[in-house]
Design a protein around this ligand. Sequence first.
Ligand code: SF4
Length: 267
Amino acid sequence: MTFSYTQIAHYLRCPRSYRHRYLDGWREKETRAAMIFGRCFEKALESYFCGDDCGAALYREWRAFRDTPFAYKKGETWDRLVHQGVHLLECFAQDNRIRIPHPQQNLQIKVVRELPNANQFIAYVDAVGELDGLHCLMDWKTTTSRYSEEPARLLSLDPQLICYSWMTGIPEVALVVFLRKHQPEIQYLRTSISEEQRAKYGRLVGATIGQIEAARFPTHSGIRFPQNGCVSCAHLGLCLDDQKLIDSSLTLTPGASDLAWLDELVD
Ligand code: SF4
């Protein structure tokens, strides 16, 4: 079976949700404009590094969703998102802090690792290049909230960056956060992942796959007032046996377990 960061993270968040999503095939209906816009923005970044017109690329990608009935957040519109995106691309070009040599090979890099029992782990790393002259792997995020920078080295605990460091063996990692705000802003956050962290993540992957292969899927929502994980879980309707909630947020996909790793492409 092929595993990815997204699957492991999903299991660790709530094993029952993993079963709903990856074994039974209950997928969340994609109605979030911000998520789709983030994918379009990453395509525009690829164009930027390839020396093409990235603003035009963003418009072209996003135009395909002009009439999609997204659930826009308050104050968000199709036009507003593209405007913010173009502004962010301009800021990014002005900052000029990132170099990606040979962009065809160093963007959206597919990394595959063989695991015991004929399993595989697959990752798509956004970029490998230089931030302020330092060689590192990079992950792009588009969001409306700033990433916390305090306390120092908080980013070194980011499980996705640890996973990508484990997959590539690259210790230096960076998160480039594109903030869609009234005044667009870009955070360039860098940290190091130790050999010990990579080894521990490898053991966590092994243990988690062991649980999945043993078909252990207990509910583990982490319910604790006021942070109730079930409230933001797409599978809440299934756990509550609430058909109205299921119909509004989920769709059933046959053969979900075979294609589960594809989630990695959008995370
Ligand atoms: S609703 Fe809660 S218990 Fe059910 S799958 Fe989601 S997080 Fe787990």
